[in-house]
Design a protein around this ligand. Sequence first.
Ligand code: FES
Length: 157
Amino acid sequence: MTPAVNQILNEYANYGKENLIPILQKIQEEEGYLSRESVIEVGKTLDMAASKIYGVATFYNQFRFEPLGKYHVQVCRGTACHVLGSATVLEEMEKMLKIKAGQSSRDGLFSLEIVACIGACGLAPVICVNGEFHAKVTKESLQGIIDEYRGKENSNE
Ligand code: FES
């Protein structure tokens, strides 16, 4: 167990199962995702089976069970982006990276997340990669964006 998870669990040691969600949120905030080890430790603290915790956590799509990729891609699914085709953007991104939202690519390079409005509606549809915004993305422009990040990676090698 990492020191951060240990500290969170100590804070909640005297609380009950009703604190499951805030505990998981805090761990994810600290670690970026919920590792199997963390889930087991939460189970011990709250006296809950890990399977039950997974059952609850997967119900909320805010939780991740894999570490973030080096490049974290957020696809905005807010209203303005939705109206301008973010469903297609997400679909394309999933095909391109061969992962679903909430997952990370096998090489650890990319992870994908669906987010609500990121405050750049005038640029819709928007994606954000490690905090860098890409405006008015299209099915066609996405490949170039991903290639750019792959290129950065290759030039670092
Ligand atoms: S809805 Fe996508 S940035 Fe606002």
